[in-house]
Design a protein. Sequence first.
Lengths: 433, 145
Amino acid sequence: MAYYNEKIETLPRAELEKLQYQEMKVLVERLYANSVFYHDKMKAAGVLPSDIKSIADIAKLPTMKKTDLRNNYPDKLVCCPKEDLVRYHVSSGTTGKPTVVAYTKNDVELWAEAVARSLVSCGLGRGDVLQVAYGYGLFTGGLGLHYGGEKMGTTVIPASTGNSERQIELILDLETTAVACTPSYFIHLIDVAKKMDVDIAKDTKLRTAILGAEPWSESMRQYIHEQSGVVAHNIFGTSEISGPMFTDCGELNGMHICGDIAYTEILDPETGEVLPPGEKGELTMTILKKEAIPMIRYRIGDITSILEGDCPCGRTSPRIDRLQGRVDDMLVIRGINVFPSAVEHALLRVPELTSHFMLEITRTGPLDDMLVKVELKPDAMTDSINGLIGLQSRVERTLRDALNVSAKVELCPPNSLPRFEGKAKRVMDHRVF
Amino acid sequence: MTRNKYFIKQLSIFSENKSGRLAAVAKVFEESKVNIHAFSIAEANSFGVVRAIVDKPELAFDAFSKQNYALQYTDVLGIKMNDVPGGLYHVANLLGSIGINIEYAYAFRTGTFGTLIVKVSSPEDAVEKILAAGLELVPATDYNF
């Protein structure tokens, strides 16, 4: 099976753009009529739906950001009758408040359609066994891959995260041919298999990995192939656009963003100007048919570029390069988005600490470690070692609850951490991707 | 309420568990001309607590505070021990028999006798019991001036 939906995936570029324009026009008209939020935004920008006369006019439309979702928590951006919603996903908050995304039946189907096309582009088909080792739950990774896998006809194993030895046993016993998880977790699985005396290349049928939700690199792709014989594909998505959706095809050269589903732009992060293919900037997407929470020109915050030229695979949708960083200070720790501001916010709840802190991120083996250095207030000193260790564990619990990822805490003496004039540089990321 | 004359003011100073930190602490004592009678270091994870009995605790407290150290006074007791084999056993055995639980202890020697510094959970109570058991406590004025 070369394509999941050959007609649309190989639609000539000119026709695809025509289709994108039509979809965009319908979307804008619908939002202008139904969404108080976007209506006001367009008014403030001085744009009317009738101003959108060509695909290039999309640049006139106001952009959206994560803060729009946060400020409209939990469901003020929902643009359809509430009883039409079939699902919510919730992502961890940046300043204590999470963001909620909602889906209609069609939204879930469109999402699954995108994942199905992507999985087929990775070479999967009926007869493949896809082990989904992304978290199932509020996080979109697990259910996103699950629905897409079922839609295109693979056998799905909802393994979820953790219990690595069990994962290897499932790979062996159920003859898993593909695993979807974070790149660091996949490298961990390779190590676990070795410890169990399992040679992935010889003893298993695993040949494909669908990896994403955290930054990784070509050298990691090579390493994975050398160590396990597995071809690793990159998958992109974020909960605001639905979840993980788009992967690189067999060419392993950029992720195809299905043009009938999403309209992709790269913006200059400073000026907001649209940049031409080949130039790096902020990835911005419009999901053309989203019903529950439509996202128009959503500035995702990842830095990448649109790749020039046609892909030999025959798909006409534009491809984006690997993500090359963030326009903000968001960190991805073990697949979880972490904003330093969320750390700051959480630490405010611990009265024994000053407001100063430092984050150190390291990668030991395949797993990320986050160390948070915090400062003891002078009057919070206690003679009891148990008291101080207790404080340390209390801060660790507070951070884990706030960030959904565990961090080690180091208590430091008052006034020992750096003070910043101007923009604080509290993050030391020692990881090499 | 007058302060119990046997309560010795110990300084408990927060310190990082890094090379050079003890020297930094000692330097503050040196610069403030405070003499150390006894001290110990307890360490946990990445940090430690330096505990010291000094001649001028208030002076030292101010000097450390000025340099942004986190520190605290802790009341400890000094129990006299005979400086002979079995000296510690005699004291520890008696403390055990009268039900006194020691959180931490360290010892040093002055002149002809040894002193066991102990931190107990309720020092007021402990003073009475220790004296009633026939042990000798060192008055705070012997150390803190």
